[in-house]
Ligand binder design. Sequence first.
Ligand code: ADP
Ligand code: MG
Length: 259
Amino acid sequence: MPEPILQLRNVSKSFGGVAANVDVSFDVARGEILGLIGPNGAGKTTCFNAMTGVYRPTSGQVLLEGQKLGKRKKHQITQLGIARTFQNIRLFGEMTALENVVVGTDARHKTSVVGALIRSPRHQREEREAVDRASALLEFVGIADRAADKARNLPYGYQRRLEIARALATEPKLLCLDEPAAGFNPTEKEELMGLIRKIRDDGYTVLLIEHDMRLVMGVTDRIVVLEFGKKIAEGLPANIRENPAVIAAYLGVPDDGAA
Ligand SMILES: Nc1ncnc2c1ncn2[C@@H]1O[C@H](COP(=O)(O)OP(=O)(O)O)[C@@H](O)[C@H]1O
Ligand SMILES: [Mg+2]
């Protein structure tokens, strides 16, 4: 068995009396699309927060390529290779689409502050490369036609894709998407599935939080299910679909439910 790219080992996280994650363990294999599902409040986003340095787990460990994330800060974890998008879009609204992605590439920048201030040749070259790469990423996610528009003026679906482009700009080993299809119509969801597959085929590993069962079943290789902070199931989409505990957890929640 090759080493998993990411491991959650007995991760627990409490907020006061609320146990958001309880002893959660799962692996993400290199090159897979892993779905993380569960009813509203199940602790999915909390897992992402533990993996990206927003919170430290109350107990347990997150490992990237066998290395404990420990006390590392958000930007250090970005540099190690985990990128994410947010359930509620977080873009720089007054910056253009292109600039939003260039900011993402900055997370990888190597020149010093001094190099930037004196606009050293190396810095200028890196800037050009960042813009080229950002343009290519806008093309890749299908929004290059609006590269010069302010992010806040972009249609909603473009903003969601822009978040993905910005996350990819950090050249992550693992891309974590938190409900990227929220608010999408069926056509947009279909297109997003295509994009997620394309991202994986490009060599990335994807961890996907998504509510739409059709989308999750259609695009993931494996699925982990949380309920009330605990992992209740893990397996192939076909098995998860038939799993009584999963069905019970979702009972009364429509497939495209907002929950
Ligand atoms: N910063 C926080 N402070 C207090 N409670 C939180 C915080 N973040 C999450 N929670 C609680 O933890 C539980 C899991 O939340 P979350 O991980 O956002 O669930 P999901 O993403 O699966 O909908 C919920 O009960 C939520 O209210
Ligand atoms: Mg969430």
